[in-house]
Design a protein around this ligand. Structure first.
Ligand SMILES: Nc1ncnc2c1ncn2[C@@H]1O[C@H](COP(=O)(O)OP(=O)(O)OP(=O)(O)O)[C@@H](O)[C@H]1O
Ligand SMILES: [Mg+2]
Length: 352
């Protein structure tokens, strides 16, 4: 059975009188309980794709394709259906826990609110569930009466996880849930999130720039570049034996966690990501790729089979087109693209 079936998902933003493409023709399928890691440089379209699934993007975003969630297309679903699916069907954990929590309401009130909104339970039952959720994420139930500012960053992120699980969803989308935290806390929180979803059989789409973290926590890995999915497969295989040169560059990268500059371009990868409007039909990675040949620029990009359960958008997986291998080019870290992920901001006030 399929939980989520995304077909040809395409998103562009209207900006300065132009359409700026952000996600280009993404196909994706998740079964119940699947854990999928989504990696890629800043600006590659990860947040846009994830937020488009629940129509959480700003009004300037134009979305096309299909997002079949339990068989129903969320892109054309009525508002009432969409509201019912958010929280109870699919929920989101954002990076900015402080901005996503209401500073003037207790954690208890904020945890019980979605439960009371989505389920026919009384206040007492909702409060008991909230207490259990808090304990599940490693915080004592008495902290229900505390306000967000009384918690550390890591504790607030735990609370965000509790909120995402509050209505027992079938899918959790976690958009860089730990980026602002220190390394030790990052590892704990990701482990906690993964343990909780696995225990409950919840599917997860976990977004990170860090391929190694995703490979450790998710069963499958998807890699995005310039709005397109360029590689998909079992985590251990994708990480150990990438089928796309961009994935190889990500796998080699050792980003300094928490350092914005190192998040933007993987170490050892020369050049900058393309500006969204400069990407054509051919491989967008070709200008930075050590293996690029003319056919890369003239062949329309697709995800081709690249072994059992594997897909890659690199023409080298096509036996007829594969050029002779060339040695990997080494280079310096590319400078930062002039983009900023703004998907999380779009969620403000829209998560119910
Ligand atoms: N609200 C917006 N208006 C216009 N363009 C946007 C908006 N939000 C994102 N974009 C553009 O869409 C593209 C994809 O951005 P997105 O935030 O999805 O990337 P990302 O992979 O999540 O990056 P990051 O790792 O920095 O979070 C970028 O070129 C970005 O500048
Ligand atoms: Mg993002």
């Amino acid at each position: 059975m399929t939980l989520l079936d995304v077909r040809d998902l395409t998103v562009s933003y209207r900006s300065g009188g132009r359409e700026v493409p952000a996600v280009r023709g993404v196909d994706l399928s998740l079964a119940p309980g699947d854990t999928l890691g989504l990696a890629g440089e800043s600006g590659s379209g990860k947040s846009t794709m994830a937020l488009a699934l629940l129509r959480l993007l700003p009004a300037t975003a134009r979305i096309s394709g299909q997002v079949l969630f339990q068989g129903e297309d969320l892109l054309t679903a009525k508002w009432s259906k969409l509201r019912a699916v958010r929280w109870a069907g699919a929920s989101v954990v954002f990076q900015g826990a402080m901005s996503a929590l209401n500073p003037v309401r207790t954690i208890g009130d904020q945890l019980t609110e979605p439960i009371l909104l989505h389920e026919k339970v009384d206040e007492r039952t909702a409060r008991q569930r909230a207490a259990r959720l808090l304990e599940d994420v490693g915080l004592p139930a008495r902290r229900l009466s505390s306000y967000p500012h009384e918690f550390s960053g890591g504790q607030r992120q735990r609370i965000m996880i509790a909120m995402a699980l509050a209505c027992r969803p079938d899918l959790v989308i976690a958009d860089e849930p730990t980026t602002a935290l220190d390394v030790m806390v990052q590892a704990q929180i990701l482990q906690l999130l993964t343990d909780l979803v696995r225990e409950r059989g919840i599917a997860v789409v976990m977004i990170s720039h860090d391929l190694s973290v995703l490979a450790q926590t998710c069963d499958r890995l998807a890699v995005m570049y310039a709005g397109r999915m360029v590689e998909l497969g079992a985590s251990t295989e994708v990480f150990a034996d990438p089928k796309h040169p961009y994935t190889s560059a990500l796998a080699r990268a050792f980003p300094t966690i928490g350092d914005a500059a190192s998040r933007r371009a993987p170490a050892g990868l020369p050049g900058d990501p393309p500006t969204p409007s400069s990407v054509g039909e051919g491989c967008a990675f070709a200008p930075r790729c050590a293996h690029a040949v003319d056919a890369c620029r003239s062949t329309a990009t697709e995800l081709w089979p690249a072994g059992p359960g594997r897909l890659s958008a690199c023409i080298r997986v096509l036996p007829d087109l594969a050029p002779a291998g060339t040695a990997d080019r080494t280079g310096t870290t590319g400078s930062a693209p002039a983009t900023s992920g703004s998907g999380a901001a779009a969620m403000e006030g829209g998560a119910s």
